[in-house]
Write a protein that binds this ligand. Structure first.
Ligand code: ADP
Ligand code: ADP
Length: 237
């Protein structure tokens, strides 16, 4: 469960990105975050994983107040958040399996030596996740041999390998064709339901959000202007 309380963000430049955002996301719920460019979607995602410092307000992940943490405690808390990126953020020269296992670490630097020390249970889990995302036969391929859709499947498996309590996705389908985008959204929705994971997906494609999110939150000029089921969203929004 994720909870935001009166979250606001004004950048040093004076740009006001978020104003008084409050909502919570229960386990297993997939939220599609929509809104025009500049509405504050990326800022919201970045405040939650604390890549951006909120100006005021509180963020709770379960019992933990993320907005109170710094240093080592913050790094540990970040590992409880699985991230999925628009451009996948894979290590291109490494294999699919190595990329998935890298999700066990908060940071990419220096993790190669860690790989040799992974316990068999982690490797088994990674195999299981690769099966789940449809890449069971590709574990030994290099990331740069994969299609865009396959890369994003690796990105999803990597996020899940860290046993997250929350999934955040920043435009996960923006680099994919429409058919692949639907497959990826269906996959994300499916795994969140199976694993009872809450998720927030920043997605500019309203129709995709309507089809594959359980709930839509619409932002405009840093404020929530819609919050409800996809069926309640008119097509022009
Ligand atoms: P979206 O993801 O919906 O396009 P953003 O969160 O990127 O919206 O941007 C929201 C507002 O915050 C915009 O006015 C944008 O210019 C501003 N903004 C975003 N990032 C920064 C930053 N690093 N410094 C200053 N202003 C920023
Ligand atoms: P994208 O549209 O690809 O999400 P971003 O909005 O992330 O692009 O912008 C790229 C970088 O520029 C980010 O580091 C973001 O924080 C920063 N940025 C975005 N808008 C502004 C702004 N108005 N002023 C200063 N920095 C900004």
């Amino acid at each position: 469960m994720l909870e935001l309380k009166a979250l606001s963000k004004t950048y040093k430049t004076g740009d006001r990105a978020l104003t008084d955002i409050s909502f919570s996301v229960p386990a297993g719920q997939v939220v599609g975050l929509i809104g025009p460019s500049g509405a504050g979607k990326s800022s919201l995602i970045r405040c939650i994983n604390r890549l951006v410092e909120p100006s005021s307000g509180r963020i709770y992940l379960g019992e933990t107040e993320l907005t109170k943490l710094s240093g080592r405690a913050l790094r540990q808390a970040r590992r409880r958040i699985g991230m999925i990126f628009q451009e996948y953020a894979l290590v291109e020269r490494l294999t699919v399996m190595e990329n998935v296992l890298s999700g066990r670490l908060g940071y990419v630097s220096g993790w190669r030596s860690f790989l040799r020390r992974y316990p068999q249970t982690d490797i088994d889990q990674a195999f299981g996740l690769l099966e789940r995302v449809g890449l069971g036969d590709h574990y030994n391929k290099r990331a740069d041999e994969l299609s865009g859709g396959q890369r994003q499947r690796v990105g999803i498996a990597r996020a899940l390998e860290q046993n997250p309590e929350l999934l955040l996705a920043d435009e996960p389908t923006a680099s994919l064709d429409p058919k692949t985008s639907r497959q990826i959204m269906r996959l994300i929705q499916g795994v969140c339901r199976e694993m009872n994971l809450p998720a927030i997906i920043n997605i500019h494609d309203v129709v995709l959000a309507q089809n594959f999110a359980d709930r839509i939150i619409g932002l405009r000029a840093g404020q929530v202007v819609f919050d409800g089921p996809p069926s309640a969203l008119s097509h022009k929004a």
